[in-house]
Design a protein around this ligand. Structure first.
Ligand SMILES: C[C@H](CCC(=O)NCCS(=O)(=O)O)[C@H]1CC[C@H]2[C@@H]3[C@H](O)C[C@@H]4C[C@H](O)CC[C@]4(C)[C@H]3C[C@H](O)[C@]12C
Length: 324
């Protein structure tokens, strides 16, 4: 399971948790403007927008999980197992393999409006990167400071949904996730009043009772409702520290602790890392399961006119500050 959410203060942010039972060996990866992308079905991008994100790098190719470009567009790929369906190459289409989609869009689009135009000729194809890497079944949250969309490629074609919540998890398809929020419209950060019966003397015996009924489990549909409630009600100051801090708190509402989600005998899904991208500035902040220290990599500190990938391994060691 994974969750992604946008957040706006003075700058625009996208957060994501990467939940899985093992790591593929991912690194914070900056792709500068002149790294050549040779896409599997012929398209070439010799120059493009620079981007930063989390990727597994194989054969010097950045297999991105999520990223943001220098123009303020961000996207994240999350599992969509059983519902994602990709096609075969077709004439007169931009045939882009699933694993190529993030660099293809972030490399060329400055906004969600640009994405909407570019995907008109897009055909997401099932071609694999290599036999060692079967394709992931994904869907994507794509957002800029003005709007967010969810993109899902299913048996019946490509769906682009407006995403007014700026939140995405996994199954079921996004229209069903969004509809389910209707069930929770009575939830509130304010204390409830007694609508149950005026014949009963009911009252709040605890703070936080306005959100009683907010689902607390780890299923993707429950995480969607929980992250949506937290994100839509979250308040913070405008500064970088306050904003980043708040994004980590929002993502913390859906994090997974080892032991609570068994995926096979003795194997547990955990939040391997949590990311907060300052999309406006190109800064990638992260924590990992073993390291709560927020660590940052700033794209603008690198030579964005280069041709070589810049890679930073995630720091994994927990550093506890002893105060006495
Ligand atoms: C497992 C990750 C998704 C996490 C997630 O959504 N978990 C939910 C589990 S569940 O559905 O609810 O059961 C996905 C997100 C991005 C994926 C990676 C990226 O797509 C990049 C490459 C693509 C290659 O084809 C496969 C390896 C890979 C390196 C992918 C491995 C894996 O599928 C990743 C890491």
């Amino acid at each position: 399971m994974c969750t992604a959410a946008t957040y706006q203060t003075k700058d625009f942010y996208m957060g994501r948790t990467l939940d899985y039972e093992f790591s593929y060996g991912e690194e914070i990866t900056i792709t500068p403007r002149y790294y050549p992308f040779h896409f599997k079905h012929g398209a070439v991008l010799e120059d493009h927008y620079a981007m930063i994100g989390m990727a597994h790098v194989a054969e010097n190719y950045p297999l991105y999980y999520e990223g943001a470009n220098e123009k303020g567009l961000a996207m994240a790929g999350l599992n969509f197992v059983g519902n994602a369906a990709y096609g075969h190459p077709m004439d007169d289409k931009d045939n882009i393999a699933v694993y190529e989609l993030i660099p293809w869009l972030l490399g060329q689009c400055a906004s969600v409006a640009d994405v909407r135009k570019l995907v008109k000729t897009l055909n997401i194809v099932d071609t694999v990167f290599s036999p060692q890497f079967p394709n992931a079944q994904l869907h994507w949250l794509i957002a800029d400071a003005n709007e967010a969309i969810t993109m899902e490629c299913m048996k019946d074609g490509l769906h682009i949904y407006d995403n007014p919540v700026g939140v995405m998890t996994n199954n079921p398809p996004f229209d069903k996730q969004l509809f389910r929020l209707n069930d929770y419209m009575a939830l509130s950060p304010k204390q409830p009043s007694n609508n149950f019966s005026d014949k009963l003397d009911l009252g709040s015996y605890s703070r936080g009772m306005g959100a009683l009924g907010l689902p607390g489990d780890l299923s993707s549909s429950s995480r969607f409702v929980r992250a949506a409630f937290v994100k839509m009600n979250a308040l913070s100051g405008n500064s970088e520290v306050e904003s980043v801090n708040q994004v980590f708190h929002i993502m913390g509402s859906v994090e997974q602790q080892r032991g609570c989600c068994e995926v096979s005998e003795g194997h547990y899904e955990i939040t391997i890392y949590t990311a907060c991208m300052n999309v406006s500035k190109g800064i990638y902040y992260y924590t990992t399961y073993t390291n709560h220290q927020i660590t940052a990599v700033d794209m603008q500190k690198e030579n964005l006119n280069g041709e070589m990938l810049v890679r930073y391994p995630m720091l994994q060691e927990e550093k506890i500050l002893i105060q006495n």
